[in-house]
Design a protein. Structure first.
Lengths: 559, 101
């Protein structure tokens, strides 16, 4: 994986030193809050409901064991012994004190990490497929390109004051695990007729207040054109995007209001102007980065110990069936470690858990870890003979929950338990749904299901693309939860549709139980998943389950 | 007739800790909602808010929040303010820990 150059190291250290000075000047009264706020946001420091929150980037979700140990160290030394992994492959610390933050940033710089551009109207942390470099279905590892984009976008002088924040996601697989169609720019690696790898470029996707699926602006962009083309897109948006209305400032609105064809013409014109300025230095840098992402030398060994344990131990088997994915090497597996034991806060990991994960990565997994946008931790390369030992180690710290992709593997934003923007809580709704279906012992019978919960309209919890989406709102001073159905965040992305009126805090979990009960009754077979049943039958049977059949005539009149 | 003024407290976050704080009648910043000054006069509320905002070397983001009188002092009205006064619901962190700790 990528190691900082002297330039990177000096740049990050210099930024920490600058911020230390800024914090000191705020504390001694030389800077007002109005002056200080944009400076702290540029360095990932928010002020939330109960405390400051430091958002640290985990570029393309990749960590080594030393970095994971350092995240645990920060949690113990300056926070409350845990961290929260987010849907944008960041980690958030919920309780730092202002005066400690420069020391935290220095400690991050010690392991090649930072919090730069995790806030503000800039190009944010570039996210990627969490199975990158390991997935069986991959064309190429997308992380070198993501790292190139990170270097290009960091402190890019033209793009520090965009109309609004800007998010880029990249995947190297036809299977989209990076939600690329819900990003400002989504990059999907594809091959052209000649078999050469390039990118399908998607623009103007986004969730939030006005959810939109991104549109394909370029069906095949040669790899060598990636940086100038992205620069042309962001430059076009920077000039054309609206600055008069915060809610209409994202690129999705720019593309929507001007039309994709007009936007494409402007991008193409800008691209033609700047293409020549990219003399090939970017490609030289990319080649250097690619060398650093060379796949680990996968070891050869028997997999018998895995097969024996798999045959003999039903609990291990359940975990293996649920939490393993196909690796490009048949005797290896990709392990998704669920940090969502039923009743736990989605995305939270304690410092002990982080250290254990670091130890496992160092001992058994070629020193690699990933953070997924679904708020789990991935061990991307594991030889199958190591799986029994890894499982036992995970089980010792409550990390062996066999629920990946199931009803309790819920995405939830921090919601009103932490976030200053939230309009309702998310975490306790997720906790209660997870524990309820665990009590009912229905989780594995229900099968694949993606529930995603946001505590406000900004949709950090991706509720629009959940098979079941839950949006928490403030309705006349009371928490109220709207349900959407049929959302999909993959290559077949769809925005979910609202079922109807929302539910109170104490009604939302029973409502979800009714929905899932209806699904179990009407599915054609045990193999038909929730989303397949929804696609086959539509909204009506689920509305009946939520609001009663008697409400049907009222709905017809209202419509 | 103008709308009746809902009683308020002045709340902010502490600059150094980030913790939720409340302005008391004797001009301290308390961590405890029940010690806040409950203000039931609109003009007085505005004067107190200006007074609070001037203390920007110690506090951040002062504003008026609805509150009501309770047996042990002012209580929050809106659920957001109730969470700010108590702490998150997933862990016993924040004020609830300090109070029982």
């Amino acid at each position: 994986m990528y190691t900082y150059t002297e330039f990177d190291e000096a740049f990050v250290r210099n930024r920490v030193a600058q911020f230390r000075g800024q914090v000191n000047r705020r504390l001694d009264g030389s800077l007002t809050e109005d002056e200080f706020k944009p400076l702290r946001l540029m360095n990932g420091l928010y002020l939330q409901l109960h405390a400051y929150m430091l958002r640290v980037a985990i570029p393309y979700g990749t960590l080594n064991s030393g970095q994971m140990r350092q995240l645990a160290y920060l949690a113990d030394k300056w926070d409350k012994g845990y961290g929260h992994f987010t849907t944008r492959q960041n980690i958030q610390y919920n309780w730092p004190k202002l005066g400690d933050v420069p020391d935290m940033l220095d400690a991050l710089a010690d392991v090649g990490m930072h919090a730069i551009q995790t806030s503000g109207n800039t190009i944010r942390n570039v996210t990627a497929d969490h199975f990158a470099g390991a997935a069986a279905d991959e064309i190429e590892d997308p992380r070198p390109v993501a790292e190139l984009l990170r270097q290009w976008s960091t402190d890019h002088p033209e793009f520090q004051f965009l109309p609004r924040k800007f998010k880029i996601a990249v995947t190297g697989s036809p299977t989209d695990r990076a939600v690329t169609k819900a990003h400002d720019i989504g990059l999907r690696m594809v091959r052209n007729a000649a078999g050469e790898p390039g990118f399908e470029v998607i623009v103007g996707g986004g969730l939030g207040r006005t959810p939109m699926i991104g549109k394909v602006i370029n069906e095949f962009l040669p790899k060598a054109d990636l940086l100038p083309y992205c620069e042309a897109i962001v430059a076009t948006y920077n000039l054309l995007g609206r600055r008069d209305n915060k809610y209409k400032a994202r690129i999705k609105i720019t593309v929507h209001e001007n039309g994709l064809d007009t936007f494409r013409e402007l991008v193409d014109a800008r691209f033609a102007e700047i293409r020549g300025e990219f003399s090939g230095v970017d490609q030289k840098i990319l080649a250097g980065i690619e060398a650093q992402f060379a796949p680990p030398p996968l070891r050869q060994a028997e997999t018998t110990s895995f097969e024996v344990r798999y045959a003999a131990d039903p609990v291990f088997r359940s975990w293996a069936d649920t939490n393993l994915s196909a690796h490009k090497s048949a005797d290896h597996a990709i392990v998704t470690v669920s940090i969502k034991k039923q009743g736990q806060t989605p995305g939270d990991a304690t410092s002990d858990q982080m250290r254990l994960l670091a130890d496992i990565a160092a001992t058994h997994a070629y020193d690699e870890l990933r953070i997924s946008h679904e708020q789990n931790v991935i061990l991307p390369h594991v030889h199958k003979s190591d799986l029994p030992a890894i499982y036992d180690a995970l089980a010792s710290v409550e990390l062996a929950t066999a629920n990946v992709g199931l009803v309790s593997d819920i995405i939830a934003c921090p919601g009103m338990d932490y976030c200053a923007l939230a309009t309702a809580r998310s975490i306790p709704v997720a906790q209660t749904i997870a524990t309820r279906f665990d009590e009912l012992k229905l989780e594995h019978e229900i099968g694949p299901l993606k529930i995603k919960i946001s505590g406000c309209i900004n949709a950090c919890g991706h509720h629009h693309v959940g098979h079941i989406g839950i949006l928490g709102l403030d309705r006349a001073g009371v928490e109220n939860y709207q349900i959407t159905l049929g959302g999909d965040g993959t290559e077949t992305a769809v925005i979910g549709e609202r079922t109807g009126p929302g539910f109170a805090y104490d009604e939302i979990v029973p409502a979800i139980e009714r929905l899932i009960g209806a699904y179990l009754n009407i599915r054609q077979s045990d193999d038909e998943t929730f989303i397949e049943t929804y696609r086959r039958l539509g909204m009506e049977p689920f509305k009946d389950a939520l609001y009663g059949e008697s409400a049907r005539s009222g709905r017809a009149h209202a419509a | 007739m103008s709308r009746r003024f809902t009683p308020k407290v002045i709340t902010a976050n502490d600059l150094r800790e980030g913790d939720v704080i409340y302005l008391t009648a004797d001009d301290r910043w308390s961590r405890n909602h029940s010690e806040a000054e409950l203000i039931d006069d609109e003009a007085h509320a505005e004067i107190r808010l200006i007074h609070a905002t001037r203390q920007s070397s110690d506090i951040v983001g002062a504003y008026l929040a609805d509150a009501k009188s309770g047996p042990h002092g002012p209580e929050p009205v809106h659920f957001r303010e109730a969470f700010r006064a108590r702490g998150p619901s997933n862990y016993a962190h924040g004020k609830q820990a300090e109070r029982h700790g």
